[in-house]
Ligand binder design. Structure first.
Ligand code: AMP
Ligand code: TRP
Length: 334
């Protein structure tokens, strides 16, 4: 029987954080043994917000190498840059014309991001790319006809939109796109900021102390954990009223591969200083390990990425042609 396929991507904006590892990369790595696995760096999605071209170039390469450092095995996973497979651009248009402005403007991510930008100029300052972000993502998923899409909780809505559009295309044009399922990890799908645990840890946070970056000096990362904002109660247990403590327990549980309940049990008689020290050491050990591997592969990224793109393009082209034929853009025999 053919293996089921996963597809996932990560946007090439900013430096990757521990939240990206726990919420996304870790799961992608787990799946590669069981699934046929396609993973890409979403550099086209990165263009939806203002970018510095030199930074983008550097980020792309770092992210590629970090994926390998975090356990992506190129013998098992096809790892590539989205913009190397030009089929993504055309697919985006074919999806766009099958979507409504209502659908796109209801997306939570669009509402949040556009509200932040909105000034007295209103719509004039909201980039169209923010609205179209999901159509590009729907296209990504359908190009590889994925069964499963591992993402963090904030991206679930975009995968749900993909399901609706796949169904729509199948009904209207008799295509046979799979209806993809999102995969959201139970623990760690929302790792919080170290400075304000009611906010998500985000690679776009301007406060560098709020996030652990995967390329942080491990010693610096340890210190960030030691300074993480918690609460004044002094007791360790899991509760939504204690987001700082819950966050530290989640980080530990994910990096040490033990359940959240077991982690709570382990720390329940300890104090906050002891908890932070152990979480800090766990983070330090993890960063030291992945950075060693990162140094080994960073100079080989261009070569690896071009091999990945060639392989990805074969499948992307096949699915793009399928839709082009169904829409009447190409003859069945072409
Ligand atoms: P982003 O950093 O927003 O481009 O997201 C890249 C991937 O990491 C997506 O699958 C996100 O859902 C996931 N992710 C981002 N921030 C977090 C977070 N704070 N906790 C868990 N997962 C996250
Ligand atoms: N939008 C995703 C993010 O959070 C990245 C992404 C782009 C993606 N295309 C995708 C994820 C397709 C899964 C499948 O960064």
């Amino acid at each position: 029987m053919n293996k089921k396929r996963i597809l996932s991507g990560i946007t090439a904006t900013g430096k990757l954080t521990l939240a990206n590892y726990i919420g996304a990369i870790r799961n992608i790595v787990k799946f590669q043994d069981e699934y046929e696995s396609y993973v890409f760096i979403a550099d086209l999605h990165a263009l939806t917000l203002p970018i510095d071209p030199n930074k983008l170039k550097e980020n792309k390469k770092n992210i590629y190498a970090l994926f390998i450092a975090c356990g992506i095995d190129l013998n098992k996973t096809t790892l590539f840059f989205q913009s190397d497979v030009i089929e993504h651009g055309l697919m985006n248009w074919l999806i766009t014309v099958n979507t409504t402005i209502g659908e796109l403007s209801r997306m939570t991510q669009f509402k949040d991001k556009s509200q932040k930008i909105r000034t007295s100029n209103g719509m004039e300052t909201i980039p169209t790319g923010l609205l179209m972000y999901p159509t590009l993502m729907v296209g990504d998923i359908l190009l590889y006809d994925a069964d499963l899409v591992p993402v963090g909780a904030d991206q679930k809505q975009h995968v749900e939109l993909t399901r609706n559009i796949a169904q729509r295309l199948n009904n209207k044009f008799k295509t046979d796109f799979k209806i993809p399922k999102p995969y959201i990890p139970e623990v760690g799908s929302r790792i919080m900021s170290l400075s304000d645990p009611t906010k998500k840890m985000s690679k776009s946070d301007i406060n560098e102390k709020a996030s652990i970056y995967l390329l942080d000096n491990p010693e610096v990362a340890y210190k960030k954990i030691m300074k993480a904002v918690t609460d004044s109660e002094g007791k360790i247990y899991l509760s939504d009223t204690k987001p700082g403590i819950k966050n530290l327990l989640s980080i530990y549980s994910s990096l040490e591969n033990i359940s959240l309940q077991e982690t709570e049990e382990r720390f329940k008689t300890k104090n906050y200083g002891e908890l932070k020290n152990e979480v800090g050491l766990s983070v330090k050990k993890f960063l030291t390990k992945i950075q060693k591997k990162y140094d080994e592969v960073i100079n080989k990224v261009d070569l690896y990425a071009s091999c990945g793109a060639k392989k990805a393009q074969i499948l992307a082209n096949k699915n793009l042609m399928k839709l082009m034929k169904a829409l009447g853009l190409k003859n069945e025999s072409e």
